[in-house]
Design a protein around this ligand. Structure first.
Ligand code: SAH
Length: 216
């Protein structure tokens, strides 16, 4: 899977390659999933999906400079915990990664998944935690963050997430309803914000728990 993503030019850096090889996607998909390495999103219950490997790789590449050892990252809508675990491996034991997911069962699922992976030791220290909460509010307790990733599409960029981004920090967030763009949001050192569109995407919505559970 990682070799193919590298051939397509989606995985470019050595660090992203190493982390995607180290964190086995098969440990993060439901047990009945037949082809965990197939490049497609897959259902994880609760009207949610694990993102496709090429989207995980794209987001890791976009955030690579903001996931250096010792840095701080927030993963909103952390779902299976796959990217949260990748972030934790990249920032290491001196860094700090927080996942926020509003479905409590997915929070326990993601913690169980991480326990089976090489990121397991980071859960026992202070460097990796996952919380059941509304991610639209971010996680102010550990702000500001060098990197913020949002794994569900917001109608617009939530202000609390902008507030919790460090100057020099970067957020990657899908924005839109039917048509969505993956936006790269940089907070400049003077506190001003630069936003650009990376690519068109299709994510599940960043919404309330009730709206998500009643979606179909
Ligand atoms: N990166 C994750 C993506 C999971 S799908 C992965 O690849 O596994 C998006 C996730 O966002 C779902 O798990 C959904 O439950 C969660 N979500 C949606 N709205 C949310 C909100 N307001 N607060 C927290 N999590 C939310």
């Amino acid at each position: 899977m990682v070799e193919q993503l590298e051939r397509y030019g989606i995985v470019q850096s050595k660090r992203v390659k190493e982390v995607m090889e180290a964190i086995d996607r098969a440990l993060f998909v439901p047990a009945e999933t037949r082809s965990p390495y197939y490049d497609s999103p897959m259902p994880i219950g609760y009207n949610a999906t694990i993102s496709a490997p090429h989207m995980h790789a794209t987001c890791l590449e976009l955030l690579e400079k903001n996931l250096q050892p010792g840095m701080r990252a927030l993963d909103v809508g952390s779902g299976t915990g796959y990217l949260t675990a990748c972030f934790a491996m990249m920032v290491g034991p001196q860094g700090c990664v927080v996942g926020v997911e509003h479905i409590p069962d997915l929070v326990s699922f993601s913690i169980d998944n991480i326990k089976k992976s090489v990121a397991e030791p980071l859960l026992n220290g202070d460097s990796l935690s996952i919380h059941a909460a509304d991610g639209r509010q971010g996680w102010p307790e550990l702000a500001p963050y060098d990197a913020i990733h949002v794994g569900a599409a917001a109608p617009e960029i939530p202000q609390p997430l902008l507030d919790q981004l460090k100057p020099g920090g970067r957020m990657v967030i899908p924005v839109g309803t039917v048509f969505q763009e993956l936006k790269v949001v940089d907070k400049n050192l003077d506190g001003s914000i630069s936003v650009r569109d990376e690519t068109s995407v299709r994510y599940v919505p960043l919404t309330s728990k009730a709206a998500q559970l009643n979606a179909y």
